[in-house]
Design a protein around this ligand. Structure first.
Ligand code: DON
Length: 562
């Protein structure tokens, strides 16, 4: 493949990649497997495993590589979550969600008392204090085995020497260029003086290479202190942003527990708040456990209806209860994921008729579908499920001048303003209002499943609020319908998020008859484009084989393994 020539300087990559096969056969590997949305980044992670590194080492190397090769969502200027299941011992999670700067307030996106969506989602006031570098470093410090510098080095080489642009990335960079026009450093980084790159050209990011070198040499201090921190503060000060060097220095990634539950005899772990992902996936699984999905059949109107009803309820709870647990001490998480609660919710579902979402109580903020997910299993069967993001594609579109990386626009995941309601249904419920140092609500759902104490499945995806339902679907596809990892990723996806009250289905994902039956049950059904980019690894214990499903909806994803 072309990219191999470009990467020849990074030793051992040539043997790592798995070739995507036609049809729905999963990728197979025994030693280990890394799947990401960039085949280059997957190769880099697997190279670490080949050299004796573990899943966290590989995740760190791949995540830094994605910051170079997948700038839509790969990042050092954003944040995310890792769910880690060691082959033995307790699973943990790492929370490196962005935080609100010290001068933030719930009213910060109001102009003369009026909510300003542009300010909230598309300005220097949309930028949260980045968490990625601190989070990767914390996970590595606690679980890694290879030198930190060695894990950042491949990304430095990729940024410094460049890599050949794929059609997908060239198209994406050209597409975002108009939105970057007001930020000269962004135009300089992602185009040739305003002229888009073309596929096949070598894309170099020298400023980013220097920032990565500082991170390699100094760890988090290379990002949160010194020149990089000063460059962020300068950019903020000059443009009405709030992040200061003190905010950066104060940023802390956090080790947390995991959300734990069971589904048809499998053990499921997911991300706790500030992500709603673990809670929502678990709650929907608990509700669906009481129905015989297998007997109803894959893709049946009945199962889509039941899933939509379970989703509707979980998303209402998400909006009502979930926020940063360090600020909201009373999140009733145990209740929300209990089997008793699921039983009550199941009883409220009419199996033949859609219920109605009430718009009168709660609402939540909108999230865009540009995030990225990594699924990784190493030789010992330690497993990492990592989802991280800049929020929108290319985040705020703001490159820090001289530092070569994009800043997130994650503050848009906070509710807009207290008590504020508009025709889009934005309501400022208290738990997810912006406060200094607070983490914003997320839907990211890195998930790992085991059976009888052995690893079974690693799954996750980007996609804003659809993340929860895409992850859910991959799980149902494997456990209930017996699909292999690739089939589970390829199969059509659906989504219901309580409000707006409708099911969206992937175009060509389900039959016209099925959609007709859903409409007859009272559902509004809309068709949408591709939902998410799930990366799934299933561990076939019997054959000691890792089976990977790579999402082919977006370009450039790939599995690496052997
Ligand atoms: O944290 C969240 O839920 C969103 N900011 C994620 C955004 C996202 O997934 C974009 N992805 N494709």
């Amino acid at each position: 493949m072309i990219r191999r020539a470009v990467l020849a300087s990074i030793a051992a990559l040539a043997i790592a990649s798995l070739t995507l096969e036609a049809g729905s056969a999963p990728q197979r590997a025994r030693l280990g497997m890394v799947i990401t949305q960039s085949d280059i980044a997957s190769d880099i992670g697997f190279t670490v495993i080949q050299a004796g590194g573990n899943a966290i080492d590989a995740a760190v190397a791949s995540a830094f590589a994605l910051a170079v090769t997948h700038p839509t969502a790969g990042n050092v200027g954003g944040g995310g979550f890792i769910v880690y299941r060691p082959a033995s011992g307790e699973p943990v999670s790492y929370d490196f969600r962005e935080t609100a700067p010290t001068r933030s307030s719930p009213e910060m996106w109001l102009t003369n008392g009026k909510y300003d969506a542009e300010k909230h989602h598309n300005s220097h006031l949309a930028v949260g204090v980045p968490g990625t570098v601190a989070g990767l470093h914390l996970a590595w410090k606690e679980q890694g085995s290879k030198p930190w510098k060695d894990l950042v080095q491949p990304a430095i080489v990729l940024a410094r020497d460049g890599f050949e642009l794929s059609h997908g990335l060239a198209r994406s960079l050209a597409g975002v260029l108009p939105q970057m026009k007001k930020y000269p450093a962004s135009v300089a980084q992602f185009s040739k003086n305003g002229v888009p790159y073309e596929a096949g050209e070598i894309f170099k990011q020298p400023d980013l290479a220097r920032t990565l070198q500082r991170i390699a040499d100094q760890g988090p201090a290379g990002f949160y202190e010194g020149e990089v921190a000063a460059a962020i503060e300068k950019e903020m000060k000059a443009n009405g942003g709030l992040i200061t060097m003190a905010d950066l220095k104060a940023y802390q990634a956090k080790k947390r527990g995991v959300v734990k539950g069971t589904y048809r005899g499998y053990d499921v772990i997911g991300m706790p708040p500030p992500s709603s992902g673990g809670m929502a996936v678990m709650q929907i699984l608990n509700v669906l456990e009481g129905f015989d999905l297998k007997a109803n059949g894959y893709g049946s109107a009945k199962n889509i209806h039941l899933a939509a009803e379970a989703m509707r309820r979980a998303f209402a709870d998400r909006a009502r209860y979930i926020a940063d647990p360090d600020f909201e001490k009373d999140i009733p998480l145990a209740m929300l994921i209990s089997k008793d609660y699921a039983e009550k919710q199941r009883k409220s579902i009419n199996q033949d008729k859609a219920s109605k979402s009430s718009t009168s109580t709660f609402e939540f903020t909108s999230e865009s579908p540009e995030t990225t997910h990594l699924s990784i299993v190493d030789a010992k069967r330690n497993a990492v499920s990592l989802t991280y993001t800049l929020e929108a594609g290319y985040g705020s579109k703001i490159v820090v001048p001289g530092a070569g990386f994009l800043l997130n626009n994650e503050m848009g995941d906070f509710n807009a303003a207290p008590g504020l309601t508009d025709e889009r249904g934005l309501i400022g419920t208290t738990p997810n209002l912006a406060r200094p140092g607070k983490r914003m609500l997320s839907s990211m759902s890195p998930t790992i499943i085991s059976k009888d104490g052995q690893l079974f499945m690693v799954t996750g995806t980007p996609g804003g609020r659809t993340i929860i339902n895409t992850v859910l679907t991959t799980i149902l596809n494997v456990i209930d319908y017996g699909m292999n990892a690739q089939e589970a990723v390829d199969a059509g996806r659906m989504h219901h998020q309580w409000l707006p009250d409708r099911i969206s289905v992937e175009r060509f994902g389900f039959s016209a008859d099925t959609l007709k039956m859903l409409r007859a049950m009272g559902h509004e059904v809309t068709e949408a484009g591709g939902q998410g980019a799930a990366q799934v690894i299933v561990f076939n214990q019997k054959d000691n084989m890792l089976e990977g499903g790579v999402d082919r909806r977006p370009p450039d994803g790939g599995a690496a393994g052997k």
